[in-house]
Design a binder for this molecule. Structure first.
Ligand code: URA
Length: 422
């Protein structure tokens, strides 16, 4: 094969053959197809799409670029959750120990944040001593002993995707249903769990802002998982406003621990329990009610053991940012707008995320919400607290929030004033 012929086929709207796909993915992973050629092919796929057979073959080729894990010998059924990413989405933290407390094994191979979305590993690293990198034997032992693991994916899990994702990130080729579906599902199928529940986010803070596209992404991923023999289900959930009341690493750990202690914001608790039910049902453990395991402290016990098993101290105080800034409502009214993307970008700019892969994040940075969308607020009431170690970033974060936080007048229903961003 010649890469240029594969590119031309897709550029002109044709379907790639199975052999073309196998070749181009393998040759790219080996470095024999150049970055500029794969970048042209990714753009052709974004513009022309792929049919069901092509996406399925592309996913398989990415799985075969690396090795597959196998959790079938564990005494408990293994089940996994994946979120397509959002703002304040810390669900993995309470969910993994919760589902383990109900009898399943939960290997959560997770990633770091990039851009405005947070990453599970960055959040967990806010806990003193906690270690993200585990050997496969450690993962296996922890699943047998504790039932839940949150750790970094091993380098040989779908290496083609690792390379391709980094390329897509800088070539404007992320937002393609076949490319996102195959990227996510190659990693999830290679993980080798029996079942998988997908939390597909829709709204301003998500990759997929359009509900029809989010549905198409969900349907495509469910088909890919099912074809590979993984019991796969998907939920479409709202990401037009942040989940819970915090966005930022240590802030999100604190809120997750509140949920595990039986408290926490209602939207976060609800999503955690709904996803837990779905995961348990998918592996036939539907007799257990996860809401009970949250209430009676069983999930908290697993959390503490899970953190400690990876070197973390569950009792250590969480890092706190050195500087805070309050954003207050300028007028009485209703908080009609609290945009997920605006809050996510603000948290990122405060230091919760990174602009380049090699940067470090600030554990204490982020945004704390004191009111949620739809709530009545009074003039002068604090709406948000911004946290950072680098106060020169406040202005930059406030710029991101402008227009994203809207208080509407009580009589007109029209935006009366944006909060004082000072
Ligand atoms: N997450 C992934 O793993 N891949 C994508 O393409 C998008 C989100």
């Amino acid at each position: 094969f010649a890469a240029v012929d594969v590119i031309r086929t897709k550029r002109d709207g044709g379907a790639l053959s199975g052999e073309q796909i196998d070749w181009v993915v393998a040759a790219y992973t080996r470095g024999e197809v150049a970055e500029e050629q794969m970048s042209a092919l990714a753009m052709a796929i974004l513009l022309r799409g792929m049919d069901r057979a092509e996406v399925s073959r592309w996913t398989r080729a990415m799985i075969e670029s690396g090795s597959r894990l196998d959790f079938s010998s564990l005494p408990r059924p293994a089940v996994d959750k994946h979120s397509t990413g959002g703002v304040g989405d810390k669900v993995t933290l309470p969910l993994a120990p919760l589902v383990a407390a109900c009898g399943a094994a939960v290997p959560q191979l997770s990633g770091r944040g990039l851009g405005h979305t947070g990453g599970t590993l960055d959040k967990m690293e806010a806990i003193a001593g906690w270690r993200a990198s585990l050997e496969l034997a450690e993962v296996d032992a922890q699943l047998r002993d504790v039932g839940a693991v949150v750790c970094a994916a091993t380098a040989d899990l779908a290496p083609a995707d690792r390379k391709l994702y980094a390329l897509r990130d800088v070539t404007g080729t992320v937002e393609s249903v076949p490319l996102i579906a195959s990227s996510i599902m190659s990693k999830k199928i290679a993980e080798g769990t029996r079942a998988l529940v997908l939390d597909v986010k829709v709204g301003s803070g998500a990759f997929m802002k359009d509900p029809a596209l989010a549905r198409e992404l969900a349907t495509t991923m469910v088909a890919l998982g099912t074809d590979a023999g993984v019991e796969t289900r998907a939920l479409l959930t709202d990401m037009s406003t942040p989940l819970g009341r915090t966005a930022g690493n240590a802030l999100e750990v604190r809120e997750s621990v509140e949920v595990l202690a039986g408290g926490g914001p209602a939207d976060l608790v609800e999503l955690t329990v709904v996803l837990a039910r779905e995961m348990l049902d998918a592996v036939g453990l539907d007799a257990v009610d996860p809401a009970d395991a949250l209430r009676d402290g069983r999930a908290m016990d697993v959390w503490r053991r899970m953190v400690a098993a990876q070197g973390g101290d569950p009792d250590a105080p969480l890092p706190v940012a050195r500087h805070t800034h309050e954003v207050r409502a300028e007028a009485d009214g209703v908080l009609t707008g609290l945009d997920a993307l605006a809050v996510g970008v603000a948290a990122w700019r405060l230091g919760a995320g990174r602009a380049r892969r090699e940067e470090a994040v600030q554990a204490g940075a982020g945004v704390e919400l004191h009111a949620v969308r739809g709530e009545r607020v009074r003039a002068g009431q604090p709406l948000l607290t911004l946290h950072t170690d680098t106060p020169e970033r406040f202005g930059w974060a406030l710029e991101a929030l402008a227009g994203g936080v809207v208080v509407a007048g009580p009589t007109t229903g029209r935006p009366a004033a944006a909060p004082a961003l000072v």
